[in-house]
Design a protein around this ligand. Structure first.
Ligand SMILES: Cc1cc2nc3c(=O)[nH]c(=O)nc-3n(C[C@H](O)[C@H](O)[C@H](O)COP(=O)(O)OP(=O)(O)OC[C@H]3O[C@@H](n4cnc5c(N)ncnc54)[C@H](O)[C@@H]3O)c2cc1C
Length: 462
């Protein structure tokens, strides 16, 4: 399909059908509206529709489809490839749609498609409840859930998508459908991991778990103990209680008071830990981590659950250059650890990260074909997240990500987590879904036969 740009008169017509603003080139706020989180993306859509409600979403989807325009859908805008904007097409921006209703008796929450994890955690924390979300508060619930959803609560509560009870969706033909295990089951199955391929989710209903205050923080170890830390982690996380969400990381130390002054700006290996159970038992569960090696510093404290979700926020403001790669692994082999010991210490800036998330526990209790997320045998989801402020550093930082990822390839599964893929990973899509890919293409053919929703990690219609 060759996309065409909508004309000015057509945008006027669209405006008349909307409650929210439609921002076009020349309008006040256009320069801001066209941007996404990744500062590397510099695109100029014909119109950004800031949707006020599902009716606006229906109008914008219909508008883009009838005119054969490219269509981007934006929730929290965190997509590393910058799928939330385009050149000359339509952008559906859900950021004004942030309504949340917690039902404490049913232990469920309904949240609109523009919510961030910060919004959702704030709302549910008041009731002593939470569900699995990401580790940064500004990431959108939409993109993160539709691709999987890995975070501190994953081992105990499953992926974000494992907690999805239902979703309201505007499909490519402009219909409004509710998808759950009881209605439009095929669509629901595909939404649980199939990313933004199947329609615009206007609201999500999640299962909640009793999580209020947690014991959490970070242990920082000397760089030369990196191998020991990773070897410890691969054993520890196999049997650690499922209340423990922990991941090892390479990091350039920020100037934080719990670290000695001469450590600031230096590179270390660390373990970030979050215990979502009784606090006294958490101390016990953290003890083996503390004993891995003498720490350079540690900051472990009881805190409200939403606080851990903001731990890295300041390091990752909007507008940084972003380039990411990710892979799954069933085992953290000695070979993989050698690669980490070589490339982890080369981490170029404070904003970059290499994290190895554990996705065992509750994730492993779901069958690989029960949701579109196929890698239920993987225990580790590795992300090499390049993020840096200066475009002049693009080549050098992207090289670090690419070389690190390439070196890990022989020690990883063929596929990786769809939400850690970048724009140059489209050829990996079949591998990322393994045995679920063909079924996804059939669901795509049913709900989006013309591939209107193609600006994403794209699953082509069968
Ligand atoms: C700083 C940072 C931290 C992260 N941390 C984590 C983490 O801890 N755990 C984790 O699992 N992932 C994490 N990620 C990856 C994250 O899951 C993906 O970037 C995800 O796509 C972001 O969702 P979003 O709504 O913010 O992004 P967007 O750019 O708005 O959307 C991403 C994709 O989802 C589609 N989409 C968005 N909204 C909708 C909707 N309402 N309906 C249908 N499709 C939609 C878009 O079209 C696009 O393809 C992180 C990313 C960043 C940049």
């Amino acid at each position: 399909m060759v996309a065409t740009a909508p004309e000015t008169s057509a945008i006027e017509e669209l405006r008349a059908a909307l409650r929210g603003p439609a921002i076009a080139p020349g309008d006040a706020g256009y320069e801001e509206a066209r941007k996404v989180y990744n500062g590397m993306i510099d695109k100029r859509p014909a119109v950004v529709v800031r949707c006020a409600d599902a009716a606006d979403v229906i109008a914008a989807v219909t508008f883009a489809r009838e005119r054969g325009a490219d269509l981007s859908v934006r929730g929290g805008s965190h997509s590393a490839p910058g799928f939330g904007t385009n050149d000359g097409g339509v952008v559906i921006d859900l950021s004004p749609m942030r309504g949340i209703r917690v039902d404490p008796r049913a232990r469920a929450v309904r949240a609109e498609g523009g919510c961030t994890w910060g919004d959702l955690n704030h709302a549910t924390h008041a009731f002593g409840l939470a569900t699995t979300g990401g580790i940064i508060s500004t990431t959108g619930i939409a993109g993160l859930t539709l691709g999987g959803g890995i975070g501190y609560l994953t081992r105990g509560c499953g992926l974000s998508l494992d907690n999805l009870l239902s979703a309201d969706v505007v499909t490519a033909d402009g219909q409004f459908l509710t998808a759950s295990e009881r209605e439009n089951e095929d669509l629901f199955w595909a939404l649980c991991g199939g990313s933004g391929n199947f329609g615009v989710v206007t609201s999500f209903e999640f299962r909640l778990h009793p999580v209020k205050d947690i014991l959490a923080g970070i242990f920082v170890f000397p760089l030369d103990r990196g191998r020991d830390v990773l070897k410890f982690f691969r054993e520890y996380i196999q049997t650690a209680p499922e209340e423990m969400g922990a991941f090892p990381a390479y990091l350039v130390a920020p100037p934080l008071p719990f670290l000695p002054d001469d450590a600031h700006g230096k590179t270390f290996c660390g373990i970030v830990a979050c215990w979502a159970g009784p606090i006294d038992k958490g101390e016990q569960a953290m003890e083996p981590i503390r004993r891995v090696a003498p720490t350079v510093g540690e900051m472990i404290a009881p805190m409200p659950y939403p606080t851990i979700n903001t731990l890295f926020d300041e390091l990752l403001p909007a507008g940084l250059q972003q380039y990411w790669k990710g892979s799954f692994a069933t085992e953290l082999t000695d070979g993989a650890i050698d690669v980490h010991a070589e490339y982890g210490p080369k981490i170029p800036t404070m904003n970059c990260a290499m994290h190895i998330y554990a996705i065992n526990g509750a994730c492993h209790r779901v069958a690989p074909d029960a949701t579109a997320f196929a890698y239920r045998d993987a225990t580790f989801a590795t992300v090499i997240a390049g993020a840096w402020p200066d475009p002049a550093d693009n080549e050098q930082h992207m090289r670090w990500v690419k070389d690190y990822y390439k070196a890990l390839e022989p020690h990883s599964s063929r596929g990786g987590y769809i939400n850690f893929m970048d724009a140059d990973d489209q050829e990996r899509i079949r591998d990322n879904y393994k045995g679920n890919y063909d079924r996804l293409t059939k669901v795509k053919a049913k709900y989006d036969p013309d591939n209107l929703f193609h600006l994403n990690q794209n699953i082509k219609p069968a």
